[in-house]
Design a binder for this molecule. Structure first.
Ligand SMILES: C[S@@+](CC[C@H](N)C(=O)[O-])C[C@H]1O[C@@H](n2cnc3c(N)ncnc32)[C@H](O)[C@@H]1O
Length: 218
């Protein structure tokens, strides 16, 4: 995906992907990961997601990576968190005591930053990539995560021909075929969420499934 696409979306505040509530799958399934409170948790392509507040409330140290500067700044201002900003190689590092956001491209994130994370959370990150870039993202994510690290992956699946992504449709078959080299995969839940998504209804999309997977880095 061209970085300009995302910069434009943030500049125009066309951020329909941003949720005003904590993701229900996160609230429900995160305890199953059984991570100690002080664990470090990586959130790739984090946007200004409130889910990071949920993770911090569990006691975790949250490490996010986000391309767009405005998204990162809005995360801290929306949540009235006073942060410090420093430079970390080509990324800008915005941090509080518990939340560290690295603004820049995930493909150039220093792997030392995530080397000791115990958990990760991917919502609307994998599905933000078109098919031709998705596998490269999976490989990059895997390269940033240490063996044994556990995470929650939340995806959407729908008849792709009905709509242009993002979000792009990612099926359980795709996950199995392309993620099993790097991760053990367990499908936790899959629900039809069409009724909650007017954009999909308006485009005549026949069905829309949201799925949650537990992934363990091999
Ligand atoms: C669909 S949004 C999801 C944001 C967040 N996960 C959420 O649930 O609200 C995808 C985000 O990925 C960011 N992004 C896109 N390409 C990126 C890259 N190469 N490195 C880091 N972040 C990127 C975009 O700016 C955008 O905020």
């Amino acid at each position: 995906m061209d970085p300009h696409f995302w910069h434009d979306k943030w500049h125009q505040q066309q951020i329909g992907f941003h949720q005003q509530q904590i993701n229900p799958f996160l609230a429900h399934y995160w305890p199953q990961l059984a991570l100690p409170a002080a664990s470090r948790v990586f959130v790739p392509l984090c946007g200004k997601s409130l889910d990071m507040c949920f993770l911090a409330e569990q006691g975790h140290q949250v490490i996010g990576c986000e391309l767009n500067d405005l998204a990162v700044q809005q995360f801290f201002s929306d949540n009235q968190l006073a942060m410090t900003r420093t430079s970390a190689d080509e990324h800008q590092h915005y941090h509080t005591e518990q939340i560290s956001l690295y603004q820049g491209d995930i493909f150039s994130l220093d792997p030392r930053i995530t080397a000791d994370v115990a958990g990760f959370y991917d919502r609307a990150a994998l599905i933000a990539w078109p098919e031709e870039m998705r596998l490269a993202y999976v490989r990059q994510l895997a390269s940033l995560l240490p063996p044994g690290c556990v995470g929650l992956l939340i995806t959407l699946d729908y008849p792709q021909e009905a709509l242009n992504g993002p979000p792009f449709a990612v099926s359980p078959t795709w996950i199995e075929a392309h993620c099993s080299e790097d991760f053990e995969i367990q499908l936790l839940d899959c629900q039809d969420v069409l009724a909650d998504n007017p954009r999909f209804i308006n485009k005549g999309v026949a069905w829309l499934n949201e799925a949650a997977y537990l992934l363990r880095r091999k």
